[in-house]
Design a protein around this ligand. Structure first.
Ligand code: FAD
Ligand code: SF4
Length: 333
């Protein structure tokens, strides 16, 4: 493991200044991603700034009815918060489907957004990997790529974004709030927070070096209470998604079962939390039935490009989305 210095910050501006001044420094929150990657020599910072003491661990209802989640709120506290469970069940379900109870007790909202891919070759410090070592190639392209992405891939990288919580946040129109080096704050829609890999897969988010996530805000949308998360994986717990779907439906209450609006995001199949506006377009104005849901799933996966070992993910993702929509609409498919 690369030697590093360790310090802790009590105020957000201290944390930002301490990381910004050293290009090889990094924040550490719950440590559940970072410490593994330090041990594997995949991440090699020479300074860690502990952000656990920052006063960012509250979940607050805002005057307009939205909810502000501090970056240091632990995954288990967020999942079990009564407001989240009642008004944004998709978020609670996504969190509870991730990792293990012990990990969720440590993992934070900010750290979860910044978790790294589980691509085997990324985590093996000696394999060619454009994300870990830009310009070295991509071992997954010609290697074993069963868990890799079918949406959003580039010629340089086909790694899947591994998160569950960020998929739910993408469906919920969440906004990430940050503090920037040099002062100032910004608000970034979650759907713009993670960037397409393109030429530089080492760059995963729009954050600049030293920029600290301070909070995530959810809008006040009453029909987000009709939302759900479905995650399909190789074993029933403690496993990353092969395919997942976060959905919310606004159904006409008159009995026509018309869909007035919808939100759809996919996980496990894409290089970033994958909001599908194509699926939403098919759903909006349609009838909440199996045919509409399947048509939405076809639209969501229309641009999918499989690799040698992961073609199965395309049909799996379609079925996952169809079932999630049926669950949200309370119909059987
Ligand atoms: C065995 C195992 C199984 C897992 N299974 C799942 C799963 O099924 N689904 C899932 O979604 N996740 C899963 N995870 C990942 C887990 O959710 C993440 O490790 C966790 O959310 C990261 O949060 P953390 O606070 O521990 O981050 P850390 O490890 O402390 O940090 C991770 C990264 O985030 C950066 N960071 C932390 N806080 C901030 C901030 N406020 N602003 C800017 N940058 C910040 C750090 O610098 C670091 O680069 C699993 C992890 C493990 C080890
Ligand atoms: S898919 Fe991406 S992370 Fe995996 S080996 Fe290729 S470049 Fe690295």
């Amino acid at each position: 493991m690369n030697p590093f210095t360790y310090s802790h910050a009590n105020r957000p501006e201290e944390a930002v200044a301490a990381v910004a001044k050293n290009p090889r420094a990094d924040f550490v929150a719950g440590g559940t991603t970072l410490v593994d990657l330090l041990r594997l020599d995949v991440m090699t910072p020479d300074a860690l700034v502990d952000v656990n003491a920052l006063p960012l661990a509250r979940i607050e209802t805002l005057p307009g009815g939205g909810v502000r989640i501090g970056a240091m709120v632990r995954n288990s506290d967020l999942a079990n918060d009564p407001t989240i469970r009642q008004r944004y069940p998709v978020l609670s379900e996504a969190l509870l489907s991730g990792a293990s109870p012990q990990l969720r007790n440590m993992a934070t909202t900010g750290g979860n957004l910044m978790q790294r891919t589980r691509c085997y070759y990324f985590r093996d410090a000696v394999s060619p990997c454009n994300k870990r070592q830009p310009g070295s190639g991509c071992a997954a392209l010609g290697g074993f790529n069963r868990i890799h992405a079918v949406l959003g891939t580039s010629e340089k990288c086909i790694a899947t974004h591994p998160g569950d919580m960020p998929v739910a946040l993408a469906a919920l129109d969440a906004v990430v709030h940050t503090r920037r080096p040099g002062g100032g704050e910004r608000a970034i829609p979650l759907t713009d927070f993670h960037v397409p890999y393109g030429e530089d897969p080492a760059r995963e988010s729009v954050l600049e070096h030293g920029e600290l996530i301070t909070a995530v805000e959810l809008p006040a949308v009453p029909w987000f209470a009709r939302s759900t998360y479905l995650k399909i994986r190789d074993r029933a717990s403690y496993e990353f998604a092969l395919a997942s779907a976060a959905v919310a439906l606004d159904l006409d209450r008159s009995g026509s079962r018309a869909i007035r609006a919808a939100r759809v995001a996919l996980g496990g199949v894409a290089t970033k939390p994958w909001r599908s506006r194509e699926a939403e377009q098919v759903l909006t104005g349609g009838k909440a039935d199996e045919a509409t849901f399947r048509a939405a799933a076809e639209a969501a996966l229309k641009g999918a490009r499989p690799q040698r070992n992961n073609e199965f993910k395309i049909e799996l993702a379609k079925r996952t989305l169809t079932r999630a929509l049926a669950t949200a609409a309370e119909i059987k498919v």
